[in-house]
Design a binder for this molecule. Structure first.
Ligand SMILES: C[S@@+](CC[C@H](N)C(=O)[O-])C[C@H]1O[C@@H](n2cnc3c(N)ncnc32)[C@H](O)[C@@H]1O
Length: 201
């Protein structure tokens, strides 16, 4: 039996990119349609999608007329995104130190990202910096204590992940002066599987 390799996000998602879109239905099931209505009136708005991956969210936002920038550490994930929509601006880089000016965006979104961040405060700090005054941050926080096994052409891998308690995430955001506007829990058999937060600068 081959050993499972534990990889960083960049190395892991570069390998997982090829098959990532096959998981779309599964990923959507953690949102149960609850995130889409949070993106009304985005026409003409500057949106940064952090950990954008292959563009599950970014492509939808671009369809709604938003000016979308997609940031990700994985070049292979971004390559797939670029094939789907040439208008989306892509940037290779990390959430903890973003290559953007202060107060550049109306909205920063990050779906299924913070599960990969050891210290989400560093990302939230950066999100606050790049948001315009009264801009919104939308994040999702999945309840995942053990990362799933992923089959790749190089064998089975697991990608570095971190569990974050929902109350701790709210606490950090409030410490940074974000105002929590919405907190939605998606549940399965009575247990939360995803925390969706909208916060305003
Ligand atoms: C589970 S995927 C989510 C992709 C997309 N947001 C979605 O909902 O389908 C996580 C993405 O975050 C990226 N990522 C992980 N750590 C990152 C970091 N520190 N900075 C930027 N992107 C990161 C990965 O490369 C991957 O594309």
């Amino acid at each position: 039996m081959s050993k499972i390799k534990f990889l960083s996000s960049r190395a892991g998602y570069d390998l997982a990119a090829e098959n990532y879109d096959k998981k779309e239905k599964y990923l959507n099931s953690f949102e149960q349609g609850k995130t889409v209505p949070l993106f009304e009136d985005v026409n003409g708005k500057k949106i940064l999608d952090v950990g954008a991956g292959t563009g599950r969210l970014a492509v939808e936002l671009a369809k709604k007329g938003a000016i979308v920038t997609a940031l990700d550490v994985s070049e292979q994930m971004l390559k797939i995104l670029q094939r789907k929509n040439k208008k989306i601006i892509t940037a290779l880089g990390g959430a903890e130190s973003m290559p953007f000016a202060d107060e550049e965006f109306d909205l920063v979104a990050a779906e299924f990202l913070i599960v990969h961040l050891k210290n989400p405060k560093r990302f939230f700090d950066e999100a606050y910096r790049v948001l315009k005054n009264r801009g919104r941050l939308l994040i999702t926080n999945i309840n995942q204590k053990d990362p799933p096994e992923i089959n790749t052409k190089d064998g089975k891998i697991k990608i570095e992940s971190f569990y974050h308690r929902p109350d701790r995430i709210i606490e950090i955001l409030e410490l940074l002066a974000f105002k929590i506007e919405k907190e939605i829990f998606i549940k399965e058999s009575g247990v939360w599987i995803n925390q969706i937060i909208v916060a305003r600068k």
